[in-house]
Design a protein around this ligand. Structure first.
Ligand code: PEP
Ligand code: MG
Length: 588
């Protein structure tokens, strides 16, 4: 009789992002097959087809620019390998033989852009491979480069979403090299047992979205993809960051009993829903929820959160070919405001740019790829460059204000002038809607700013004189203060919101808000870490906004605290030499 050999259990580690434990077969998400349509076009259609091609080129350049910017987080040998490759791609997108060949096929051959790209790339790759000489490997590499850049152009021409998760069996553990925030927006809660990626950091935007899904997720887990085959059984632990492939019966038993424990704890925490978030010595904290995707609404309602402290409006713009118009946006905001039954909803204006890649908005990006997109046109800077986008969003928010209290929040502010300019636009839109007799709230909504650049934190007193409220975005504030990318697992060493440099900025911001008597919240991922809650209270924060699932945990922590201890912890943390010392103080 033949006995089947049980494959050996293998363990991997990454950054714990979405809490909980999941068990399921691995499904690797790969890019969907590209379907290229060949069409003949009329001579009159040539300019439009060339314009489509130019837009795809500019999107491709932007994506490659971002990729290049991310290389700095990789080991040196990978950088030396990848940088010339990306430069070669960028060169091909310039005035190259490939591009002139493609344009000729459109102008003279009257082929559609997709056919022109695919046929020209194949012809050139074939010609390279047909050359004689001994360097066969070099010829193969150059042909592959031409084909690869053509694939990118084709995907951008078709504006295909990167992935499609509809056909993945429910209950699988989804594994991918990388997920973009727009990919994460396609995943439904309960669709998978867990999510693993090889790239990505714990405070990246993808991580923020995955956390919102409430799924166990581990990012930046090197080696798993190479070791797993389709269907390999896996355990993913989103609390410890551990992934086990081919788990032994003992590991499976341990995972199942951890799942049962988690369910029991969640039930116990749910009982806190109606109790106040108040320390033992009666200091009250307002807990609000962050919303990244509309399906979180029921969870937020059950969480005991008082209103939405951060509605990341980017979701409305993702995975669609056309931008949502004023009516569509109004309808989406109104549904959310209505569901919150009188609790305030803080709508953050579109924060796009940097690692938040939104296909439908690519045409608005600067023509040439920015070498450092995180330092370029993003957040409010970009909206002020495109007043039509800003006005549409402001009009929709003002109209949603008829259904309940809304507040408007500006992302990525670094100057008082940005707030002033936005206020002038808001006033103009308000007057226009009023003139047309459109229903709105009786009062203009409060206009507040996110404090997520060191410039904003350092000038908090000046900003506080003009803003109605502050909300501190520790994810970006940490990145810009520590000059370390929030999206890279390798950046993790320097990227730490508990560094005293960041804590000092939090303290200064809270102080400036208190002096000016305006509310200040903290809405970065730090707000959800209950071990850090005493420190945040001690630094002067009384409003915390976090993903819905974290609200009960943080409330439980607050109810066990004495405020006097919090002030002592904050004073010690501000004087600490580094994040490691702060962590020790907090028992982390
Ligand atoms: C932040 O930067 O902390 C924040 C809350 O905004 P986002 O994560 O969407 O950039
Ligand atoms: Mg931010």
């Amino acid at each position: 009789m033949q006995s089947r050999v049980q494959p050996l259990e293998q363990r991997f580690h990454g950054q714990a992002v979405g809490p909980g434990v999941g068990i399921g077969p691995v499904h690797e998400a790969v890019e969907p097959e590209l379907v290229v349509t060949h069409k003949r076009i009329a001579a009159a259609e040539v300019p439009a087809e060339i314009k489509r091609l130019d837009e795809a080129v500019s999107r491709s350049r932007h994506q490659l620019g971002k990729l290049k910017a991310r290389l700095t987080g990789l080991p040196e040998h990978s950088q030396t390998e990848l940088e010339p490759l990306i430069d070669a791609y960028l060169h091909m997108l310039g005035p190259s033989r490939l591009m002139s060949g493609i344009k000729r096929r459109i102008k003279d051959g009257l082929g559609n852009a997709e056919a022109a790209v695919s046929d020209e790339a194949e012809a050139q790759a074939g010609a390279i491979l047909g050359l004689t000489g001994s360097d066969h490997a070099g010829r193969q590499r150059r042909a592959d480069e031409v084909r690869e850049i053509a694939r990118r152009l084709l995907r951008n021409l078709a504006q295909q979403p990167f992935r499609n998760f509809r056909d993945v069996a429910p209950g699988s553990v989804l594994a991918a090299q990388e997920l973009r925030p727009s990919d994460a927006a396609l995943i439904r809660p309960n669709q998978f047992a867990g999510i693993i990626t090889a790239d990505g950091g714990a405070d990246s935007h993808t991580a923020v979205m995955l956390r919102a899904l409430g799924l166990p997720a581990v990012l930046g887990a090197a080696g798993v993809l190479a070791a797993a085959r389709p269907g390999t059984p896996a355990i993913i632990d989103g609390d410890t960051g551990e992934i086990i492939l081919n788990p032994s019966p003992a590991s499976l038993d341990a995972a199942r009993s951890k799942i049962a424990d988690i369910t029991r704890t969640r039930r116990r925490l749910a009982r806190l829903q109606r109790l106040p978030a108040e320390t033992r010595d009666h200091v009250t904290v307002e807990l609000q929820a962050n919303l990244e995707l509309p399906f979180e609404l029921p969870l937020i309602a059950q969480s005991g959160a008082h209103g939405i402290g951060l509605l990341r409006s980017e979701f409305m713009f993702m995975n669609r070919e056309k931008l949502p118009d004023e009516d569509t946006q109004t309808q989406i905001y109104t549904e959310i405001v209505t569901a919150m039954e009188g609790e305030p909803v803080t709508i953050r204006l579109l924060d796009w740019g940097s690692d938040k890649d939104i296909e439908a908005l690519n045409a608005y990006l600067p023509g040439a790829a920015e070498p450092n997109p995180a330092l370029g046109l993003r957040g409010i800077r970009l909206l002020l460059h495109h007043p039509a986008l800003l006005e549409t969003q402001l009009a929709a928010i003002l109209r949603a204000g008829a259904a309940g209290p809304v507040r408007i929040m500006l992302p990525m502010v670094s100057l008082c002038a940005e707030l002033r300019e936005t206020r002038a636009t808001l006033d103009r839109v308000w007057r226009r809607l009023k003139h047309r007799g459109v229903p709105m709230a009786a009062q203009k909504p409060p206009l507040g700013v996110m404090i997520e650049t060191p410039a904003a934190a350092l000038c908090a007193p000046q900003l506080a004189a003009e803003a109605a409220f502050f909300s501190i975005g520790t994810n970006d504030l940490t990145m810009y203060t520590m000059a370390s990318d929030r999206g890279l697992p390798a950046g993790g060493k320097l990227y730490d919101p508990l560094e005293p440099a960041v804590l000092r900025l939090l303290h200064m911001t809270a102080q400036a808000a208190s002096d000016a008597r305006i509310p200040v919240a903290l809405c970065g991922e730090l707000a959800a870490r209950e071990r850090v809650t005493p420190l945040l209270l001690g630094l002067g924060l009384r409003q915390l906004s976090m993903h819905g699932a974290a609200v009960p945990r943080v409330k439980k922590a607050i109810r066990a605290l004495h405020f006097t201890e919090c002030t002592a912890i904050a004073a010690a943390a501000l004087a600490a030499p580094d994040a490691a010392a702060v962590r020790e103080m907090l028992g982390m």
